[in-house]
Design a binder for this molecule. Structure first.
Ligand code: PLP
Length: 408
């Protein structure tokens, strides 16, 4: 029989969303007449904006003509898109990057999952708790996480994010090589301000660690004084990689496009003491294992960064933001403690009377036919919380909240 990567044998099953789906289908089978409303899933509900649709059609037509047809493109993305991103996302915020420090991909999940390949198997990784599971699982798959006991990996450093620290991770008190930060955060919906991000960058510079900064939800930031990119913090280009996505910004969850920023100043040491460029390593990795995001998708992505798109995108974001506002206001009226939701599509709700997350999930499903995501599924510190998302129609959001109010 084939010998496998033993690290996979130690992985927990993809328990959270499959268990949610199992309980929802059991409920549906028992209550076929009841309309279930999901405020659980982190997927957008609005269609693509007209500018993107136009760009897609045009690119498809180009592919139909010998003169304009495109085959393999550059593995790291077309220059037109890298340049558009540099000009749109970074220059206006005072961040100076070279376009070739931006690597286009089929989304942030792949980039985040793949990036850990560049680290040694002895690298010590820190993640927040609760956490977006890809950070933890991708390191576990690489065999870097140690042994799993009581839901935690022995070689991963967990940084609890609780009400006591306002869901902002404290700096680690042990030496770590890599830290994953996500702001605005999935699942807590909270955001790192300039002072805390500066503390993280300074800590990384002092300790020679690397920050992997996940900014997949930056478009939801409403306060312009909050950092949208870690590179707004001086010195971050020597210690941080940033991941971004068009999924939530522009509804690309199905179309697939994201990008990683890997500055040329980033270095890492080999075991025999040589210094290598992480930018060169990532380029080498991508050129070997990836053949690039489709041309038509990159043209669609380019349209997101053109002046005409801004208004169209803002209209969509406003729908999700209004849903989040309504949810926050309703939860608070119900006497519940709700966090996040201002600079994020996620609301992190503390369950009433410290009810366990899964009990709360069952209660919401049984009494209100509303689906949320149990906080415990994102890590031990998520116990006693539930994640609600603003990605539904205003009508469904309102209806779900009315049902919840009656149920509680
Ligand atoms: N990062 C975070 C924190 C996410 O929540 C998600 C998706 O839900 C992603 C990254 C993945 O984004 P993409 O759709 O670009 O792969």
């Amino acid at each position: 029989m084939t010998s496998i990567n033993n690290a996979y044998a130690g992985l927990s099953g993809n328990y959270l969303f499959s268990e949610v789906a199992r309980r929802v289908s059991a409920f549906r089978a028992r209550n076929p007449e009841t309309e279930v409303i999901s405020l659980g899933i982190g997927d957008v509900s609005l269609p693509l904006i007209p500018s993107v649709i136009r760009a897609l059609h045009k690119a498809v037509d180009e592919m139909a003509c010998a003169d304009t047809f495109r085959g393999y493109g550059p593995e790291q993305g077309y220059a037109f898109l890298r340049e558009a991103i540099r000009r749109h996302d970074f220059l206006p915020r005072g961040v100076k990057l070279d376009a070739d420090e931006i690597f286009i991909s089929d989304g942030a999940k792949s980039d985040i999952g793949n990036f850990q390949e560049l680290f040694g198997d002895d690298a010590v990784v820190a993640i927040t708790d609760p956490v977006y599971p890809v950070y933890e699982d991708s390191n576990a798959m690489a065999g870097r996480a140690g042994v799993r006991e009581n839901g935690r990996w022995s070689r991963i450093v967990y940084l609890p994010c609780t009400r006591a620290n306002a869901f902002q991770p404290d700096l680690p008190d042990t030496a770590v090589d890599v830290v994953y930060l996500c702001s605005p955060n999935n699942p807590t919906g909270t955001v790192l301000d300039r002072a805390s991000l500066t503390a993280w960058v300074n800590h990384a510079r002092e300790h020679g660690s690397l920050i992997l900064f996940d900014a997949a939800y930056e478009a939801f930031i409403r306060d312009d004084s909050l950092p949208r990119s870690i590179y707004e913090i001086p010195g971050a280009d020597e210690v941080a990689v940033e991941f971004r996505s068009l999924s939530k910004t522009a509804g690309f969850t199905g179309l697939r496009c994201g990008y990683a920023v890997v500055p040329k100043k980033l270095t890492a040491r080999t075991k025999d003491g040589r210094t290598l460029s992480l930018h060169d390593m990532w380029l080498r990795r991508q050129c070997t294992k990836y053949n690039g995001c489709p041309y038509i998708v990159q043209r669609a992505a380019e349209a997101v960064f053109q002046p005409g798109a801004e208004k169209e995108l803002a209209a969509g974001l406003a729908v999700y933001r209004n849903n989040a506002d309504l949810m926050l206001a309703s939860f608070r009226r119900m006497g519940l403690s709700a966090f996040g939701g201002v600079h994020s599509p996620y609301i992190w709700l503390q369950t009433p009377d410290a009810m366990p997350s899964w009990d709360f999930f069952d209660l919401m499903l049984e009494k209100a036919a509303v689906v949320c995501t149990p906080g415990a599924g994102f890590g031990a510190s998520g116990e006693g919380y539930a994640r609600f998302t603003a990605f539904n129609s205003p009508e469904n959001t309102k209806k779900a909240l009315e049902r919840l109010e009656k149920a509680l």
